[in-house]
Design a protein around this ligand. Structure first.
Ligand code: NAD
Length: 499
């Protein structure tokens, strides 16, 4: 099946299954018999085969989710929903080796990153949301409905689950992307139909089994495999879905909004980014250089928060560029399962071609390739971490979300913070950003001037389950993480009562 050494028998067993759709508590094939292959991006080899679902499977899954809304799940107490979420976290940790191996061969992550993500980020997130069901509260309102005096009536609000959630997720960090939808949806008491990315669906499939093992009743968490234009589009348009939670590209986000308009579903969107990293001359370069390298090259740059536009004050420009390039050159490229690999492949041959195209466009438009810029001669979809210097905001690789390991550097000499922020904001995106300085005044002014849903100071993309995260401008609608991440899964009912 694959040349990549896969150490655990449970992983091999999982890969060898005939993967179907998980509907109403059991796996089943597609009605049409259609399938698609899943590849290891480090080798290009097929590692699994999945049923390719479409409108028929989506319809079945939505019906199951709709029925489950009023089934045993609706009678779970808040404390019981908490216990289920906590149990999911425990089971993720118990199944850590298999989940990590699946994530590595499916999406190309280096193993240490998979261990951090699956062993820490995912369980902590489920445990954070395990705390919420018992704290979802309405309010009593000092209203006077129809002229009733105090004591003659009472008005209050109930918070209820929004209903059936259609969750559509990308391939770049597959398990966390699914966790971001499943945890708040279950905390709120919703039911779900999940459509994971066809390029990396494996850990999503394992997670729905874990949900079931943790005591989630049949039909509460359903999964339909398939392509975006088939299964994804059918889910976004289905009249039985109350809310779509989408993470993916801005282009597909627009399609989701159009498809969701039919029954006016609630929609949250976590979309693309082109995040600025702004380095002032007083910053601690010992922090800046590894921080800027990590900001761009984490997940091979296939990261919505990636800090891909580096603005450096001219006084420290050369030192920062040389330092980041030195780190990029030293990163050990290799398959995620190889011990010592620090930098994995891109997700697909198409993605590698796309990245190479942006580097070529940058070269043609006058950018200087300081390091990288090539696909190494080896199997798999690898591309070297790349630094482009002397870039301008109007160049193609600076304007477009590349979703690959390409850092575009621009020098600034200006001490006018508003001008620096204007450059940092000269993008259609507004997801993340960072400011590097020892001056608190500069930091606080820049924090306010940068138009992004998240700004970090002397670090980049500081993520925590409790911190709201999401995009401004064309990076999205709404927030995930934290209390704000729970809100889109709830609706409010206003009640007035007299006697
Ligand atoms: P994508 O938009 O191509 O696909 C995302 C999901 O949408 C997949 O499951 C896909 O099958 C599905 N899809 C595709 N066409 C569809 C359609 N017409 N209708 C319904 N569903 C459809 O994105 P991708 O290439 O998988 O992921 C990369 C993108 O995701 C990047 O733009 C990245 O910035 C973004 N992303 C954003 C965040 C965030 O939190 N803001 C996080 C991760 C990734």
């Amino acid at each position: 099946m694959t040349d990549t050494p896969i150490p655990s028998a449970t992983t091999l067993e999982f890969l060898g299954r005939e993967h179907g759709h998980f509907i109403d508590g059991r796996w089943r094939p597609s009605a049409s018999g259609a399938t698609f292959d899943v590849h290891d991006p480090a080798t290009g080899r097929r590692i699994a085969r999945c049923a390719a679902g479409g409108a028929a499977e989506i319809d079945e899954a939505v019906r199951a989710a709709r029925a489950a809304l009023t089934g045993p799940w609706s009678r779970f107490t808040a404390a019981q929903r908490s216990a289920v979420l906590w149990k999911i976290a425990d089971l993720v940790q118990q199944d850590l080796q298999r989940l990590c191996e699946l994530e590595v061969v499916d999406s190309g992550l280096p193993m240490p990153i998979a261990q951090y993500v699956c062993g820490m980020v995912v369980p902590e997130f489920f445990r954070y949301y395990a705390g919420w069901p018992t704290k979802i509260e309405g309010a009593t309102i000092p209203a006077a409905p129809q002229g009733k005096l105090p004591g003659e009536a009472i008005s209050f609000t109930l918070r209820e689950p929004v209903g059936v959630v259609g969750a559509i997720t990308p391939w770049n960090s597959p398990l966390p992307m699914v966790m971001l939808k499943v945890a708040p949806a279950l905390a709120a008491g919703c039911t779900l139909v999940l459509k994971p990315a066809e390029l990396a669906p494996l850990t999503a499939m394992r997670l729905v089994e874990i949900c079931q093992e943790a005591g989630v009743p049949d039909g509460v968490v359903n999964l339909v495999n398939g392509h975006g234009e088939d299964a994804g589009a059918a889910l976004a348009a289905h009249p039985g879905v109350d809310k779509i939670a989408f993470t993916g590209s801005t282009e597909v986000g627009r399609m989701i909004v159009r498809a969701a308009a039919g029954n006016l579903k609630k929609v949250t969107l976590e979309l693309g980014g082109k995040s600025p990293v702004v380095v002032f001359p007083d910053a601690d370069l010992a922090q800046v250089i590894p921080g800027a390298a990590r900001a761009c090259f984490f997940l091979q740059g296939q990261n919505c928060m990636a800090g891909t536009r580096l603005f450096v004050h001219e006084k420290v420009h050369d030192r920062v560029v040389e330092g980041v390039a030195a780190i990029a050159r030293a990163l050990k490229i290799g398959p995620g399962l190889d011990p010592g690999s620090e930098f994995g492949p891109l997700i697909s041959a198409a993605q590698r071609e796309r990245v190479a195209g942006f580097v070529a466009a940058g070269r043609a438009e006058g950018a200087e390739v300081v390091c990288g810029g090539r696909a190494p001669e080896r199997p798999g979809y690898f591309f070297e971490p790349t630094v482009l210097a002397r870039t301008r905001s109007d160049m193609t690789p600076v304007r477009e979300e590349i979703f690959g390991p390409v850092l575009c550097v621009q020098a600034f000499g200006d001490d006018d913070l508003e001008q620096v922020a204007r450059e940092a904001n000269s993008t259609i995106y507004g997801l993340s950003g960072s400011v590097w300085t020892r001056d608190l005044g500069t930091a606080m002014r820049m924090v306010r001037l940068i138009d992004a849903g998240q700004v970090s100071v002397n670090m980049h993309a500081a993520i925590d389950p409790a911190m709201p995260f999401g995009g401004n401008k064309q990076s999205g609608w709404g927030r995930e993480f934290g209390k704000e991440g729970l809100e889109p899964y709830l609706k409010t009912k206003g009640i007035s009562m007299t006697w």
